[in-house]
Write a protein that binds this ligand. Structure first.
Ligand SMILES: Cc1cc2nc3c(=O)[nH]c(=O)nc-3n(C[C@H](O)[C@H](O)[C@H](O)COP(=O)(O)OP(=O)(O)OC[C@H]3O[C@@H](n4cnc5c(N)ncnc54)[C@H](O)[C@@H]3O)c2cc1C
Length: 288
């Protein structure tokens, strides 16, 4: 049930340096606001009650989608999901990311919500995380120092990132897809508007008829989005036939730890992992 917002002080800094100074000053009492889609909802439910809100919306030049010849695609912290979905750069070079964003059906959430905000919510049901995991994305974290971490390390637990109170995620980088790579994203949800009961992303390459590399990531089946390395090992170096794909899907289902919640039971999620992993592998193979 929505309630009246608790009072808070609102800041609209114009530079990242000012954001960091404010975070240093207010620590855990402050929250960064990107699109506000998740944060304002949680504030209205009194699930979070920050005393200080630090908006990123007045910082110019933080809503970019660029390509760097070395590190690939770069997306700034204020870039909305809609900007990513409509970007010709993303569509041309990182179709898997385009497809995952396209699956988010709420126009409002996509117009306001940012891609970095989606990741910083650290929900296991993110549609964005699995596709970025298989593409080997990284996050630039700024605080008292600046560092780049593999995106998988950002996720710690349900709703918990590795970010310290005085840090923000400033940018996501996504390497170019390997030549000839096949990719797929598959999502199972109650309705098209709902978040995932289970989702799966695959990136694979085939050479001389054998699987030369494969990455599989799943959402909504563990406290955070996960790679299923054991299932990947089943496929590497193998001819990708029905038997090996079925084995990989079973191993994937055995390696996850879903819960029962309002959207699904744990047992159903495990069963669906088998189906989604098979479907996404077959789709990726057909595109490789
Ligand atoms: C109706 C609806 C449908 C949705 N459907 C889907 C769906 O199908 N699939 C899916 O994956 N998601 C879905 N979402 C989730 C949505 O994508 C996210 O809530 C949104 O992207 C969050 O981004 P934001 O910019 O609004 O973040 P905010 O709400 O501004 O912030 C969220 C959290 O991240 C922190 N934060 C934000 N930016 C940064 C930063 N740069 N550095 C550090 N911390 C930061 C904030 O402090 C806050 O704790 C849906 C949401 C709604 C409301």
């Amino acid at each position: 049930m929505y309630r009246v917002l608790k009072p808070f002080e609102f800041f609209e800094p114009e530079t990242l340096e000012e954001v960091l100074q404010l975070l240093l000053k207010f620590g855990n009492k402050a929250k960064v606001l990107a699109g506000g889609v998740d944060l304002v909802l949680k504030m209205r439910l009194h699930q979070v009650t920050p005393e200080y809100i630090i908006s990123l919306q007045k910082i110019s030049g933080l809503d970019y989608i660029d390509v760097d010849s070395k590190s690939g695609l770069k997306i700034g912290a204020s870039t909305t999901l809609r900007q990513v979905e409509l970007s010709p750069i993303v569509h041309k070079g990182w179709i898997l990311l385009h497809e995952a964003v396209h699956w988010i059906s709420s126009a409002q959430a996509k117009s306001m919500g940012t891609i970095v905000g989606n990741l910083c919510v650290a929900t296991p049901a993110s549609d964005i995380a699995p596709v970025l995991f298989v593409m080997g994305a990284s996050a630039k974290i700024v605080g008292d120092t600046e560092k780049v971490i593999p995106l998988e390390k950002l996720f710690v637990d349900v709703g918990k990132t590795c970010l310290k109170a005085q840090e923000i995620a400033a940018e996501i980088s996504v390497p170019p897809l390997p030549d000839g790579a096949g990719t797929a994203f598959v999502k199972l949800a109650k309705t098209k508007d709902d978040i995932a009961k289970v989702n799966a992303a695959v990136l694979l390459t085939v050479s001389d008829g054998l699987c030369s590399d494969v990455k599989i990531a799943l959402g909504s089946v563990a406290p955070k989005p996960v790679r299923v390395l054991k299932a990947e090992d089943v496929l590497k170096g193998q001819k990708l036939n029905e038997e090996v794909i079925t084995k990989a899907a079973e191993v994937a289902a055995d390696s996850v730890t879903p819960i029962t919640d309002v959207r699904s039971t744990a047992e159903y999620r495990k069963d669906m992992v088998k189906i989604l992993v098979k479907d996404s592998l077959n789709k990726a193979i057909s595109r490789a």
